[in-house]
Each structure stands twice: as structure tokens, then as C-alpha cells.
Ligand binder design. Structure first.
Ligand code: KIV
Length: 272
């Protein structure tokens, strides 16, 4: 990865704003390692999120809460090495910014210095606005995240659709404006009614990226393991599966096991 590569026009936060202005949808996927990041970057994705969803799909945890700053930095460093064009956004993990703005800026500077990523994502509105402002004040671009915020799963008690009642919907709209006024360059809205997401996207000038938030927003994000069908146990309504890699991989591995057991692999051309 080199920001000085003149043959590739990198996606920047400014380019995302321009895309919203001209009505061009933004594509975003997660990645957690070098190989996956290289593949999805070369396929033309606009934004790669090193998400703390790694806790679920990479580590097998039930929630995103166990992810540490060190783990996020390890993954993000590998992702950045694989990316030539996309904007790389890195999730600030649970416990790295909620305490106070000093904690937030210390965590944020570590992530930016050690990973060479482009920007950060932080969950929450009013409750964490001081932390978000402090990070922004250091010249670090921040993507907001409202609606279903997986780091607050113990408060919600389930992964059900958020902001279905007027009170929560009004708070979400207020928080969205607050994040835009603070200087966030974009906002993720997760698992909320499509009508509410459409209203937020229409009211804000910053791009709004949805996951389970309908089509009337400025872009879409999915967890790459989910959209590639690597985990067939996870099938929420909002998820479209573009492949069934779980089946393809299982078949390939079973074939390999059989070839090893029967002595078919390696053959004469596959040895020295
Ligand atoms: O961690 C993650 O993958 C996310 C996306 C679901 C937006 O935050």
C-alpha cells in the first residue's frame, strides 16, 4: 500500500462526500486480514472496515465486547498492507473510548500510528460525543455508528431492530445531527426501519451507510463472511448471500482428505 502510488486514485473521505452529492452509492465490506482485504480491494470496493465483528466471525465470541485494541491493531495492520485503493476504516473496540476523551485520543493515536489506516469508526451519539470530538480535533476522521450498536448489546438484551418507537427514533435523529455537526465524515446506521434511515440520509449532507437499514441511504455495508456465505447459521432478513463458500470449502477440504487418505495426493507432477 502506498498513498504515493500515482496510478491508483485512492478513495478518500472527500471522495465519499462527492459520491453522495452526485448520488453514487458507496460499497463497503469488512475485512480482517491481508488476503481477504487484497481480494475485495481489487474487486473494486470503496470502503473496507476492519470491524470489531471480527470478535464473532474470526474469534467465535458471542459479542464484539472482548475485542482489544491490540487485536484490532494486529488485524488492521494486515488489512492496510493488502489495500491499494479503498478507504480503510478501523473500529475502535469496546472500552477504548467510552471512559473519557483522554482515553479516546490515546487509543485513537495508537491505532493511527501503528496501523497506517485512514480513519476510525466509533459507536454512539450524545453519550460519547466528547470522545469523538477529541479524536476529530487531532485530525483523525471519524465515521459514526447509530441504531443497533453491538457494543451495547448487554443494554438491549437482543439483536432486534432498533428505533422502532418514536422516542428512540427521535434520539437517533438528534444523535445523527450531533455527529455531523461534530465533524464525522460519514455515519453507519445498523438495523433500523428503512423509513427512518431514509429520513436521516435525506437530512444529512454526510454519507449514510446502512446495514439492515433499507435502500434509501447512500451506501451499504455487510460483514464479508456473511455475504460470502461462510457461515450458513447466520441468515438475518437484511443479508443477501453472494456465494456459498461454506459449502465450497467443505467440499474442497473433504476432497483433499480423501486424496491424502487414498494416496492420490501428491502425484508424480506434484513432487520434486
Ligand atoms: O464491526 C462491524 O462489522 C460493523 C459493521 C456491521 C458495520 O460495525
Amino acid at each position: 500500500m502506498s498513498v504515493h502510488n500515482e496510478n491508483i486514485r485512492r478513495v478518500t473521505t472527500q471522495r465519499l462526500t462527492e459520491m453522495k452529492k452526485r448520488g453514487e452509492k458507496i460499497s463497503m465490506l469488512t475485512a480482517y486480514d491481508f488476503t481477504m482485504a487484497s481480494i475485495i480491494d481489487s474487486a473494486g470496493i470503496d470502503v473496507i472496515l476492519v470491524g470489531d465483528s471480527a470478535s464473532n466471525v474470526m474469534c467465535g465470541n458471542a459479542t464484539t465486547l472482548p475485542m482489544t485494541l491490540d487485536q484490532m491493531i494486529f488485524m488492521a495492520t494486515s488489512v492496510v498492507r493488502g489495500v491499494k485503493r479503498a478507504l480503510v476504516v478501523i473500529d475502535m473496540p469496546f472500552g477504548s473510548y467510552q471512559g473519557n476523551s483522554r482515553e479516546a485520543i490515546t487509543s485513537a493515536i495508537r491505532v493511527m500510528k501503528e496501523t497506517h489506516g485512514d480513519c476510525l469508526k466509533m459507536e454512539g451519539g450524545e453519550e460519547v460525543i466528547e470522545s469523538i470530538k477529541r479524536v476529530l480535533s487531532a485530525g483523525i476522521p471519524v465515521m459514526g455508528h447509530l441504531g443497533l450498536m453491538p457494543q451495547s448489546i448487554n443494554k438491549y438484551g437482543s439483536y432486534a431492530v432498533r428505533a422502532q418507537d418514536d422516542e428512540e427514533a427521535e434520539k437517533l435523529i438528534r444523535d445523527a445531527h450531533l455527529l455531523q455537526e461534530a465533524g464525522c465524515f460519514a455515519l453507519v446506521l445498523e438495523k433500523i426501519p428503512a423509513k427512518l434511515a431514509a429520513r436521516v440520509a435525506a437530512e444529512l449532507f454526510i454519507p449514510v451507510i446502512g446495514i439492515g437499514a433499507g435502500g434509501q441511504v447512500d451506501g451499504q455495508v455487510l460483514v464479508v463472511h456473511d455475504m460470502l456465505g461462510l457461515n450458513n447459521e447466520f441468515s438475518p432478513r437484511f443479508l443477501r448471500k453472494y456465494a456459498n463458500l461454506e459449502a465450497i470449502m467443505k467440499e474442497a477440504v473433504a476432497h483433499y482428505v480423501e486424496d491424502v487418505k487414498t494416496g492420490d495426493f501428491p502425484n508424480e507432477r506434484e513432487q520434486y
